[in-house]
Design a protein around this ligand. Structure first.
Ligand code: DCP
Ligand code: MG
Ligand code: MN
Length: 329
C-alpha cells in the first residue's frame, strides 16, 4: 500500500507504533529468505531503523534488550493474553481480573457478573480458538446465501473478511448481504429478520452475540444492519464458528464490501488518504466537502459521492484498484 501512505502528525504514538510493527511483520512474512543481520532487515521496505535494530539484536543475541525488564511480569502478560482471547473481554477487564488474582479460564467461569457475550465466549472458547479452513467458510457462506435467496432470488450474499483476501484459513466468517435497488431500512431489516429466522429454525445459528436493533426512524433511510453470532454446520463433530452478517443498502454495497474485506490497516490507510484529500471514507461510501477543525475533528457530514461499487471509490480517490488479495497491508 506504499503508494498511498501518508505521514501525518500522529495523535497517538503508541497506536501508530502497533501499526508500523504490523506493516513490518507483513513485509517480513512475505520474504522467502532468512534475515541474519540488522543490515539485511534495514533493506526490507517498511522495516524502519528501530525495528531493524531490534531484529539485529534478536538474531545476534537471541533477545531484545528493551524487553529484558519485562521478565518480572511475564506471567501477567500470559494471563492477560489468555483473558483477552475470550470473546467480549477487553484489555481493561483482563487487567482488572488479573489484579483480582484470577489466573485461569475456570476462574473466570465462576464470576457472577460476566456479560452475556463473555459467557458465550467462555462456553464456546475451544471451538472459537480454531481457525476455519476456506472450504468450511465457503460451505457456511452457501448456507447463508440459500437462506437469503429463499426470500428473494435476487438477494446477493458475499463472503468478505480474510476469506475474500484469499487467506488459507479464517478467524470468523464475514458476510455482506444486499439486494439490487433495495436501500431503505424497512426492507433491509426485513431481509435480515428473514435470514436470521431461517437460520435459527435450521439450527445453524446457535447463539447470538449482537442482534440488529430497529427503531421507526430507520424505515425510509438507507440503513446498515449487523448481526454477530455463533453458527454450526449440521453433523456431529462440526465446530462452532463466529459469524458476522451485514445487510446493507444497494447504493452502499461497494463501500460495505471494501470495509468488511479489510484488512483493518488497509481500511485505515484509505480513510487517512481520503481525509487528507478533504474527503471521508466509511462503510457507507466516500463523501466530499468534509470540513475539519483542530485535531482533524470533522465539522460536517459531507456529500456522498461514491460507494455503489468498490472500483468507484478507488477511482474517486484517484488510486489504482486493489484486488481483495492485494489488501493485506
Ligand atoms: N474491520 C476494521 N476495523 C476493525 C474491525 C474490523 O476495519 N476494528 C474490518 C476489516 C476487517 C473486516 O472488518 O478485515 C472483518 O473483520 P474481522 O475481525 O472478521 O477480520 P478479518 O476477517 O480480516 O480476519 P479474521 O480472519 O481474523 O476474521
Ligand atoms: Mg473475519
Ligand atoms: Mn468478523
Amino acid at each position: 500500500m506504499g503508494y498511498y501512505e501518508d505521514n501525518q502528525t500522529k495523535d497517538n504514538k503508541y497506536h501508530f507504533k502497533v501499526i508500523n510493527y504490523r506493516k513490518a511483520i507483513t513485509a517480513i512474512r512475505a520474504l522467502d529468505y532468512e534475515i541474519t543481520s540488522e543490515e539485511m532487515a534495514r533493506k526490507i521496505p517498511r522495516v524502519g531503523k528501530k525495528i531493524a535494530q531490534k531484529i539485529g539484536e534478536c538474531v545476534s543475541l537471541g533477545r531484545i534488550k528493551k524487553l529484558d525488564h519485562l521478565d518480572w511480569d511475564q506471567e501477567r502478560l500470559k494471563v492477560e493474553t489468555l483473558f483477552r482471547s475470550v470473546y467480549g473481554v477487553g484489555a481493561e477487564k483482563a487487567l482488572e481480573w488479573y489484579n483480582k488474582g484470577l489466573r485461569t479460564l475456570d476462574d473466570l467461569r465462576k464470576l457472577p457478573d460476566l456479560t452475556k457475550n463473555q459467557i458465550s465466549g467462555l462456553h464456546y472458547y475451544d471451538d472459537l480458538q480454531k481457525r476455519i479452513p476456506r472450504a468450511e467458510v465457503e460451505e457456511i457462506g452457501k448456507v447463508v446465501e440459500s437462506a437469503a435467496k429463499k426470500l428473494h432470488p435476487d438477494i446477493q450474499s458475499q463472503v468478505t473478511g480474510s476469506y475474500r483476501r484469499g487467506k488459507p484459513d479464517c478467524g470468523d466468517i464475514d458476510i455482506v448481504v444486499a439486494r439490487p435497488d433495495i436501500d431503505t431500512g424497512e426492507e433491509l431489516f426485513l431481509i435480515m429478520e428473514h435470514i436470521l429466522n431461517e437460520l435459527i429454525i435450521q439450527g445453524f445459528l446457535v447463539d447470538h452475540l449482537s442482534l440488529p436493533t430497529w427503531s421507526d426512524d430507520m424505515a425510509n433511510a438507507p440503513k446498515h444492519f449487523k448481526y454477530m453470532g455463533i453458527c454450526k454446520l449440521p453433523g456431529k463433530g462440526s465446530v462452532h464458528r463466529h459469524i458476522d452478517i451485514l445487510v446493507v443498502p444497494w447504493i452502499h454495497l461497494g463501500a460495505a464490501l471494501l470495509y468488511f474485506t479489510g484488512n483493518d490497516i488497509c481500511n485505515r490507510s484509505m480513510r487517512l488518504l481520503a481525509a487528507n484529500r478533504g474527503m471521508r471514507l466509511s462503510d457507507k461510501g466516500l463523501f466530499t466537502g468534509v470540513m475539519r477543525g483542530p485535531k482533524r475533528k470533522r465539522l460536517n457530514e459531507g456529500t456522498w459521492v461514491a460507494g455503489r461499487t468498490e472500483r468507484e471509490i478507488f477511482d474517486y480517490l484517484g488510486i489504482n484498484y486493489l484486488e481483495p488479495f492485494e489488501r493485506e497491508c
